[in-house]
Design a protein around this ligand. Sequence first.
Ligand SMILES: Nc1ncnc2c1ncn2[C@@H]1O[C@H](COP(=O)(O)OP(=O)(O)OP(=O)(O)O)[C@@H](O)[C@H]1O
Ligand SMILES: [Mg+2]
Length: 285
Amino acid sequence: MYAIAAAQVAELSTAQRLLLVNVGLALLILGFTAVVIVALVRRNMRQRVEAERLAAMGVATARILHQIKNPLQTILLHAEMLEDSRMVEDPAARQEICQAIVTEATRMTELLSDLSAYASGGKRRLHPEPFSLNELVTGAVRNEVREAEVTGIEVVVGPMEPLVVNGDPYFLRQALENVLRNAREALMQQSDKPRRVEVALRRRGGEAVLEVRDNGPGIEPYRLKTIFEPFVTSKAKGMGLGLPICREIVESHGGRVEVRSRPGAGTTVSLVLPLDRGVREAQPA
Ligand SMILES: Nc1ncnc2c1ncn2[C@@H]1O[C@H](COP(=O)(O)OP(=O)(O)OP(=O)(O)O)[C@@H](O)[C@H]1O
Ligand SMILES: [Mg+2]
C-alpha cells in the first residue's frame, strides 16, 4: 500500500508535489491551532470555575461573619452592662440583659448547627424506618400553635391523610421545621391582614404531599429561581441555608420540594415524599 502511494507520488509533477506539501503543511498548522485553541478554552473554563468558586466562597464567608459578628457584639455589650453594679442590683434590668444574652447565644448556636447541617450535606447518615408522617407533622405544628400567642398566626391543620413513609424522622422534621419557620418569618412582616398558615398532608399516587401554605407577602418570580441556592437570603438575620438544607434532606429520601408563590397572596411549599413501599402495595391509590 505504501509502495503504491510512493509510486503515485513519483508520477506527480513538481507543481502537484508542491501543492501536496502545502496541503500537508496547512493541515498540520490547522491541527496545531486546534490543539492550542482547545487548551486555551479549557484553561479559560478552569479559571472561570475557579473565579466562581472564589466568589461563592466570598459570599458565604461574608454572610457567616456578619451573622456571627452581630450576636457576638450584642452578647459583649450586654455582658459589659452586667459589670455595672446598678444594673446588677435591679432584678428587672438584670433579667432583661441575661435574656438578651441567652437569645443571641441561642441564635448563634442555631446558625452554627445550620452551617454544620449544610456542610455535612451528602455525608449525612440517614437512619430510615417506616413511620407515620402525621405524627411528625402534628409534633411540628404543635410548636407553631404554642407560639401563636406571640406571633398572632392562625395555624390551620387541613386534611391529614394517615400516611407512612420510609425515612429518617429526625431529618424530615428538620426539613419541615425550616419550611414552617420561613412561613412564620414571612408572616411576621405582614401587619395589614390576618396572618395564617395552613398545613395539609395528602396522598398523590404513590407519594405523600406535605403542604405548608401561608398568606404572607409571597416571593417575586425573579427571586423564586434562587431561593434554593445556599447563602441567598432576603433577611437581615438569615443565613440562606434553610431551603437548601430542606431540599437536600427531602431529595436524599427520593423526594422533591415544590414551591409556588404569588406576590401579595402567599407561598405554598410542598415536601413530596415517596410512600413506604409496603403501604403503597397494600393500599394502591
Ligand atoms: N414562605 C415564604 N414566604 C416568602 N419568602 C420566602 C418563604 N420561604 C422562603 N422565602 C424566601 O427564600 C429565601 C431563602 O430561604 P431560606 O430558608 O433558604 O433562607 P433564610 O430563611 O433567608 O435564612 P435561614 O433559613 O438560613 O435562617 C428567604 O430569604 C426568603 O426570601
Ligand atoms: Mg429559612
